[in-house]
Write a protein that binds this ligand. Structure first.
Ligand code: ATP
Length: 449
């Protein structure tokens, strides 16, 4: 199971209402996408699954929802105002802008150089400027007067909200080390991108957790969170283990705050790419915010009667990238019971956008009251869809293609025997179930949903 290429998934995502290019009627807007009716469900389900495993099922992690716009001094203290930069080159002829590492990686096709061995423009073969550093944070103005003092930044990561609230959370929740603060939120980066669908976009949602621990326990917790997060992708999002790997950052690629980062990578159609980074952020951020704000952000350790600045382990995941991988990795093209081709998204039921489809065998009015009664009963508990158009075979195909794990069919016999047919997506098995016991039969087939 895996999509043959990215285009197959991009086209399914658009055709079936998962993801649309943003502002399409105006010719689009580079590297921005809108999530359609099924995409928004899939995204919510993945976010909820993350929140459940990181916050709800643990005693040592609590949640937060910090403001997007905040005091700009936060970004000076965090180092982002100075260090959150990408080296970029401009083409002197066509004026297009590129990341030189992307050109070197061959993401625009074969790498071309001039006689002296310098990279040339992948678009028009023109000369490129030398690389200059550009800050990737978007700026905006707060208030009505535009001057330096009113400049604020759109957050390029969620982490700072957790650091600046460290003391509020510790104090109000009476937390002892080790403990974590988690948040899911949109982040913004002014990225120059080679346009790989939702893999790299200007705005994207992150799911991040800052886990505060004793400095000497940091290496152990780092390993723990790498294992835990890898397990989540396999067991909860259903990603094939073979297409995941761990990669340690080389010292020269580490972020300015990191003493060690391990990426969880997925084998995308264009090669291995990051899904999540698990970093040892040391005491960098708490110390920086202490210095810049003048407020102590230390922790009193009862055991040693000393004030320490905790170390931080940060698993930082991308929600949109996880969603892209869920679509790519669950895609399957196989033969159905009649030997016809069918496309199936084999998503785990927990994250499938629609859990149950209710399908009256025919549009005839006589079936409608029973079918509607069944549908209204089911939708109280699970996200469901009612579909009465076209042949039953085509309707099964449509539900397979969006990953609906169960279909319930109401036929003419249902009017006599008060029973319906439940069809399973993966096995295509059909069983007859009395309407009275339908909710239990569905629950059995949707464990944990
Ligand atoms: P990359 O090396 O791919 O630019 P990064 O190392 O800058 O990613 P982090 O700062 O570690 O990314 O952010 C954590 C996660 O947020 C990434 O693993 C990724 O899933 C997601 N992410 C980062 N930038 C983007 C983006 N522009 N679009 C979509 N997701 C992103």
């Amino acid at each position: 199971m895996v999509a043959p290429d990215l285009d197959t998934v991009v086209s399914l995502a658009k055709r079936r209402g998962f993801i649309f290019p943003s502002a399409e009627i105006y010719g689009g807007f580079a590297n921005t996408y809108d999530y359609g009716p099924l995409g928004v469900e899939l995204k919510r389900n993945i976010r909820e699954a993350w929140w459940r495993s990181i916050v709800r099922l643990r005693d040592d992690v609590v949640g937060l929802d910090a403001a997007l716009l905040t005091n700009p001094r936060v970004w000076v203290a965090s180092g982002h105002a100075e260090n959150f930069t990408d080296p970029l080159v401009d083409c002197k002829d066509c004026q297009r802008r590129f990341r030189p590492d992307h050109i070197e990686e061959g993401v625009y096709g074969d790498v071309a150089r001039d006689d002296d061995g310098n990279l040339i423009c992948p678009n028009c073969s023109g000369d490129l400027t030398s690389a200059r550093l550009f800050n990737m944070m978007f700026q905006t103005q707060v208030g009505t007067v535009a001057d330096g003092a009113s400049t604020a930044y759109l957050p390029p990561e969620t982490a700072q909200g957790m650091f600046i609230n460290f003391e509020n959370v510790r104090d109000s929740m009476r937390k002892k080390l080790p403990f974590g603060i988690a948040q899911t939120r949109v982040s913004f980066r002014n990225e120059i991108t080679p346009g790989r669908f939702i893999f790299r976009t200007l705005e994207f949602e992150q799911m991040e957790m800052e886990f505060f621990c004793h400095p000497e326990a940091a290496a152990e917790w780092h390993k723990y969170w790498i294992d835990e997060r890898l397990r989540w992708y396999v067991d909860i999002v259903g990603i094939n283990k073979e297409r995941l790997r761990l990669r340690d950052h080389d010292p020269d690629e580490l972020s300015h705050y990191s003493a060690g980062t391990t990426d969880i990578e997925y084998n995308f159609p264009w090669g291995w790419g990051e899904l999540e980074g698990v970093a040892i952020r040391t005491a960098y951020d708490l110390k920086a915010h202490s210095e810049h704000s003048g407020q102590s952000l230390t922790y009193f350790d009862d055991a040693t009667s000393e004030h320490i600045t905790p170390y931080v382990i940060e698993p930082a995941a991308g929600l949109s990238r996880t969603l892209a991988v869920a679509l790519l990795d669950s895609y399957s093209n196989e033969l159905d019971e009649k030997g016809d081709e069918r496309v199936v998204l084999k998503l785990p039921p927990l994250i499938s956008p629609i859990k149950v489809a209710v399908l009256p065998l025919s549009k005839k009015d006589v079936l409608t009251p029973t079918a509607q009664k069944v549908y209204k009963m089911i939708r109280e508990r699970w996200m469901s869809q009612y579909d009465e158009t076209q042949s039953i075979g085509r309707r099964y195909r449509r539900q397979d293609e969006i990953g609906t794990p169960l279909c319930v069919t109401i036929d003419f016999d249902s009017l006599d025997d008060n029973a319906v047919t439940v069809r399973e997506r993966d096995t295509q098995q059909q069983i007859r179930v009395p309407i009275d016991g339908l909710m239990e039969a569905l629950a059995e087939r949707l464990p944990g949903v």
